[in-house]
Write a protein that binds this ligand. Structure first.
Ligand SMILES: [Zn+2]
Ligand SMILES: [Zn+2]
Length: 336
């Protein structure tokens, strides 16, 4: 297949991140810039120091919490377009976490879409991914290998519930490592189908759970873990991965540990990180969903960034797509 040459070089890679010269803005820049468009609130995408942020309406509370309330934010509802320079821009749901967006840019009839992080799996805690037809698609590839295929969230949540009950019977707590933004809320929503027993939360998770609740996302009842101490048994506790094994976690009675992450698809990861249990739950597209999305958006050119860029782009080329890796400074995923 002959390579597609975009008519307009709408996005270029710079040391500060993806830059759009025709609109004079950056997308998820890793340094302070004049104008930043932010796909979502995870710390590897939303960084402090910029003069002005364009963000989705739903992510305002979370981004203010993370970057400070003093910043200058312009919010946009999904699908509503606005113009910067010569570029018509709109945000579209990415299905990744609350407020996550793909960014559509149109200039002289050519359409580019930057996916940000996205997934296609069922997730009632945020707006569902929308297929945005485009000429050029810049996709993430965090889990861009054929081994990464997700089961349904219900199945994995039921496994969490059973693990919790089993530990409860022997007088142990269940300490589940869960990214504080997105993953925790998804698990707390799904657990409501199995029990109404409250789940205990680490403080960092609690803050974000409150922000989801403020936006009307229904979650199972929760309590601050700090209300409990050594004599506590049989509880499920959600905490960010870094908190488990720390002084914080030693305040509680005996516990088993688990980790809810796409990386748990590879058995060795659980052993290496010394978790007792792994649950394969991810807020990123799995391999079939990456391929499906590339197909459905109909792009003539695919740039692959953020993860297994070489593997995914090579496979896409074998399928007949015009794909290539887009080398950017790659920050570690906050939210595998
Ligand atoms: Zn993310
Ligand atoms: Zn990311």
């Amino acid at each position: 297949m002959s390579p597609y040459q975009p008519r307009i070089p709408l996005i270029s890679v710079t040391p500060r991140g993806l830059y759009c010269p025709r609109g004079d803005f950056y997308i998820d820049p890793w340094e302070g810039v004049d104008t930043a468009l932010i796909t979502h609130a995870h710390s590897d995408h939303a960084r402090e120091g910029s003069q002005l942020y364009h963000i989705s309406e739903q992510s305002l509370g979370i981004i203010q919490r993370r970057l400070g309330a003093e910043g200058q934010y312009i919010t946009h509802s999904y699908s509503q377009s606005f113009t910067l320079g010569d570029v018509l821009i709109s945000f579209h749901p990415a299905g990744h976490i609350l407020g996550s967006a793909q960014i559509r840019m149109e200039c002289e009839g050519e359409v580019w879409v930057v996916s940000g992080d996205y997934k296609r799996d069922y997730d009632p805690t945020c707006a569902a991914f929308e297929v945005v037809p485009c000429d050029v698609f810049i996709t993430e590839s965090t889990f861009g290998l054929p081994i990464f295929v997700w089961k349904g969230i219900e199945e994995e949540t039921e496994a969490i519930y059973r693990w919790w009950k089993k530990n409860q019977e022997v007088g142990k707590n269940s300490m589940l490592a869960c990214y504080a933004l997105g993953k925790s809320q998804r698990v707390l929503h799904a657990l409501a189908a199995f029990t109404d027993q409250p789940v205990l939360l680490h403080g960092a998770t609690q803050v974000l759970v409150d922000l989801y609740r403020e936006q009307g996302v229904p979650l199972i009842a929760t309590q601050p873990a700090t209300d409990y101490g050594k004599d506590m048994t049989g509880q499920l506790i959600l905490a960010p991965p870094g908190a488990i094994g720390s002084t914080w976690s030693r305040k509680f009675g005996p516990y088993e540990t688990g980790f809810a992450s796409g990386w748990m698809r590879i058995r060795g990861n659980r052993r290496r990180k010394a978790y007792d249990q792994g649950f394969v739950i991810s807020d990123h597209a799995d391999w079939p969903a990456l391929l499906q999305t590339v197909r459905e958006c109909g792009a003539k050119k695919i740039y692959v960034t953020h993860g297994y860029t070489d593997d995914l782009s090579r496979f896409l080329c074998e399928l007949g797509h015009d794909a290539e890796p887009l080398e950017t400074l790659f920050a570690r995923e906050e939210d595998g």
